[in-house]
Write a protein that binds this ligand. Structure first.
Ligand code: ATP
Ligand code: MG
Length: 668
């Protein structure tokens, strides 16, 4: 095994105890080190389930899982019975910790994770309570402010002192109410998972010790992107045994806007003075022509640890700079370029189109579709923000927990079953008056004076849910879901809502995807888990993995298709041929960063660096000379990063002056 590593990688993999930091540039084999080290620990006698590895994607997790399993399978045990290392994303890890201890914070053990739609409902209610009109502060804007605070571990009680504008002051007041309402409903939002775990560890040292005692080794990939809560959680888990290995690259820290602090990785040696530090310099991913671009670019960031990438591969072609008339030409010519290469026998999955903003892929999607080139848009609209997915998941949730009100309210009359608005209001009022749940009210709905149609709908739905609950005790989850979808005739609901057959088909496919997820969840469950709350466990798992986009990502990338994705979701991945598109001022660097000072530009530069270093063989950087904004074509200016990479001028935009002349490049 150690043959497949270079000497410093081997040193890291062979360091089996104590704090260890691998700080190294892109493509130098950091993730590989984590993977091999897990296998090596197991080989040296560590029980797999005593190892915790936190990784950014499930792709990496799957790889680690496979390697350690391959090692253990030789001992003659069945693969399904082999104990596995705990390989997880931060959020999934926190769900498990909270399930065990959240009671201490005054939340119910069976708390639920609310989805985006529910969050907006609570945010709107909070703003209404303090009489803030939509025009002053929208629910979605309030949520982004609150989310930013939560990611910096700022709790409702102190948010006001962090508010920097009138809007933020209002958001701070609403934050308190929002949080209170969530808690009363037994709900946590996605950011709470981290924040509450941090709080739990801080307030209850015994909880922290219990959780830490589950593992002998803790390993973290992409450590440069940990925020305050994640940093504290990691520290808490490793404090006792001190076997903490973190790997990362300060030049790839791209989540500053979400509260990540690159200082965590840079001060590792201060936190753990006896830490062994390993640096890797050989890049095994990209040709030296690509590495030269990356090195030149990142040197423009002033505050960084100077490190050099040395390409282990051959020279390769110089990255191309493609200049186009407008964004339509950019998309059509690039798709033609890909088509031409597909004609030469290359596989579609060798190509990735990477972009900065969510608006950019649309033109490419249209062209790819017209050209009949298979593609996947990775991490586009969250799977879980799709109406059909939320409907079906709410129905399933009720089978496991009919008292879960947000789900019941969502599907009370979806698909329509005659329960009108008046009936809904009467039931909610009754529940409030009697201190009952909506589900309890449904059992004596006869006394509420509902219309015949409404009452019939209520009683019938109640019976259905009861039956699902019974079936849920013995049926595999996937079968149960299929049963529910049929039982409510969800396909007919889609027919009612969507005229376009293609639309209906896509939505039905999403529903099918949820069923598939249930099947694969049950196939992969760790055998030692008891099955009392499997529906809720499945939903937790799905929500968490869906929100970090990694489950979809892994699946999408295994298809033979051109990958379209944002630079943020490309982190850690690699592709033979990469198109980094929209290399223009205002896109990359993003317009929000232009007036936000040097550190904001530096983060954009790191993002560009991440993009460049995804390419293994060929890199194309493209820009459009005009781009439509609100339907009107506007001139755009080449990104300063192009000048920096090509060394054509010494940072022409440093003084805020837009470049007048495009960079030299082949014009297509
Ligand atoms: P990133 O910073 O993008 O996350 P990384 O440092 O995690 O990159 P890996 O993804 O682990 O790098 O490795 C990059 C590529 O180099 C992979 O294809 C990996 O298999 C290969 N690689 C790593 N180390 C070696 C080695 N010693 N010999 C051959 N190939 C290697
Ligand atoms: Mg990596």
């Amino acid at each position: 095994m150690l043959d497949k590593l270079n000497p410093p990688q081997r040193e890291a993999v062979d360091t089996l105890a104590g704090p260890l930091l691998v700080l190294a540039g892109a493509g130098t084999g950091k993730t590989r080190v984590v993977t091999f080290r897990i296998a090596n620990l197991i080989k040296h006698g560590t029980r797999p389930e005593r190892i915790l590895a936190v990784t950014f994607t499930r792709k990496a997790a799957g790889e680690m899982q496979d390697r350690s399993l391959a090692l253990l399978a030789t001992k003659g045990r069945k693969k399904s019975q082999v104990p596995r290392p705990e390989i997880s994303t931060f959020h999934a890890l926190c769900v498990k910790i909270l399930r065990r201890h959240i009671k201490r914070l005054g939340y119910p053990e069976r708390f639920s994770i609310c989805d985006r739609g529910e969050q907006e409902g609570f945010a709107r209610a909070a703003l209404r309570e303090i009489r803030v009109p939509d025009a002053t502060l929208k629910a979605s804007d309030m949520l982004s402010i609150v989310s930013r605070w939560k990611m910096q571990s700022i709790e409702p009680g102190v948010a006001e002192s962090h508010a920097e504008s009138d809007r933020e002051h209002l958001a701070a007041v609403a934050y308190r109410r929002y949080q209170h309402a969530l808690k009363s409903a037994g709900l946590v939002d996605f950011d709470d998972l981290l924040l509450l775990t941090e709080k739990l560890f801080a307030k209850f040292p015994s909880v922290r010790r219990d959780e830490a005692a589950r593992f002998d080794h803790v390993m973290i990939d992409e450590y440069q992107d940990t925020n305050h809560s994640q940093y504290e959680i990691v520290r808490g888990l490793a404090l006792a045994h001190r076997n903490l290995c973190v790997v990362g690259d300060d030049d790839q820290s791209i989540y500053g806007w979400r509260g990540a602090e690159v200082s965590h990785i840079l001060r590792f040696k201060n936190d753990w003075p006896d830490a062994r530090v390993v640096r890797l310099e050989n890049n095994y991913r990209s040709t030296s022509a690509i590495i030269a671009f990356a090195n030149t670019l990142i040197r423009f960031n002033k505050e960084r640890h100077d490190k050099q990438l040395i390409a282990a591969k051959h020279d390769g072609p110089t990255p191309r700079i493609l200049q186009f008339k407008d964004e339509s030409e950019e998309a059509s010519k690039i798709v033609k370029d890909i088509q031409r290469q597909l004609g030469m026998g290359r596989g579609a999955n060798e190509f990735a189109i990477l972009f900065r903003t969510n608006e950019q892929p649309r033109a490419f999607e249209t062209e790819l579709r017209t050209a009949g080139v298979p593609y996947v848009l990775v991490g586009g609209m969250s799977f879980f923000d799709r109406r059909e997915v939320r409907d079906v998941l709410s129905l399933l949730r009720l089978a496991g927990d009919p008292n879960y009100e947000p789900a019941l309210l969502r599907v009370l009359n979806t698909p329509p079953r005659g329960i009108g608005d008046a009936a809904r209001k009467a039931m909610v009022a009754e529940a409030t008056a009697r201190g009952e749940t909506l589900w309890q009210v449904m059992s004596h709905a006869g006394s509420l004076g509902l219309t015949d149609a409404s009452l019939k709908g209520v009683l019938q739905f109640r019976k259905q849910i009861e039956t699902w609950g019974e079936l849920g005790k013995r049926m595999p989850l996937a079968d149960l879901m299929r049963h529910i979808v049929d039982d409510v005739n969800y396909p007919r609901e889609l027919e009612r809502l969507f005229d376009d057959p293609a639309d209906r088909e896509a939505r039905m496919a999403a529903v099918e995807e949820v069923v598939n997820a249930a099947a694969s969840y049950e196939a992969q469950r760790r055998p030692e888990r008891e099955s009392t709350s499997r529906i809720t466990d499945f939903l937790d798992d799905l929500l968490v993995s869906g929100r970090d986009e990694s489950r979809d990502k892994e699946k999408d990338l295994s298809r033979n298709a051109v990958a379209l994705m944002t630079l943020h979701s490309a982190k850690g991945l690699e592709f033979p041929r990469v198109y980094l598109v929209g290399m223009e001022e205002g896109i990359l660097p993003h317009k929000r960063s232009l007036d936000a000072g040097e550190s904001a530009i530096a983060e954009e530069r790191r993002l560009c660096y991440v993009g460049v270093t995804r390419a293994q063989e060929e890199l194309s950087l493209s820009l459009a000379l005009t781009r439509r904004k609100w339907g009107k074509p506007r001139d755009s200016h080449p990104s300063r990063f192009l000048y920096e990479m090509t060394g054509k001028a010494d940072n022409p935009n440093a003084a805020g002056r837009p470049p007048q002349r495009g960079p030299q490049g082949r014009r297509k």
